[in-house]
Design a protein. Sequence first.
Length: 203
Amino acid sequence: MPGNIDFSQATFWISAASIVFNPTFWNIAARQEYHNKTITKLFNGNSLYGCYALAVTIFSLGIIRDYIFHTALSHQPSSPMLEAFPYTTPIAYALLAIGNTLVLSSMWALGVTGTYLGDYFGILMDDMVTGFPFNVSSSPMYHGSAASFLGTSLYYRKPSGVLLSALVVICYSVALEFEDPFTAMIYRKREENRQKNAGKKEL
C-alpha cells in the first residue's frame, strides 16, 4: 500500500500540517488562558465568552482540517487491494458510525464548556462524567475522531488517508500526555481549595 501514496502532492503535506496544528494550537491557547487569562482578557474578563470564542475557533479549525483532508484524498490514488477486499465498505461504515457516536455523545455529555476546555477558564464540571461514552472510552472525542478519519480513508480506498489517520492517533496521543495530567491538576487544586474552605468554616 505505501506504493499507492503520492508524497509529491502538496495537499497531503498541508493535510498533515493541519492535523498536527490543531491540537498544538488548542493546547497552547488553553495553557495561556489558564496561566495568563489571555483569552478572557479579550472579552473584558468574561471567561464564559472567552471559552465560547475558543470553542468556535476550535470547531472552525476542525472543519477546515476535515476539508483539507478530503481534498488531499481526492488527489491521491486508490488501493486496488482495498478496492478488491469485500469488507472494506462495511468496515468503513462501522468506523464512521462508531466515531460519530463517540464524538456526538461526548459533546452531549460534556456540553460546550466541558468539550472545549472550559476547565482552563475556571469553568469546572461538578462531577466527573462516567456514563456513556466515557464508560467505553477514556477519550471518546479523540478516539471517535480518529475512527472517523480511518473510516473515511477506507471508504475512499485511500492508503494516504490511512497514513494520515495514523498521524491523527499519534497527535492525539501526544496531546493527551499533556492534557490529562494538567486537567487532573486543575481539579485536584479545586478539591484542595474546597477542603481548605471547609476547614475555615469549621474554625
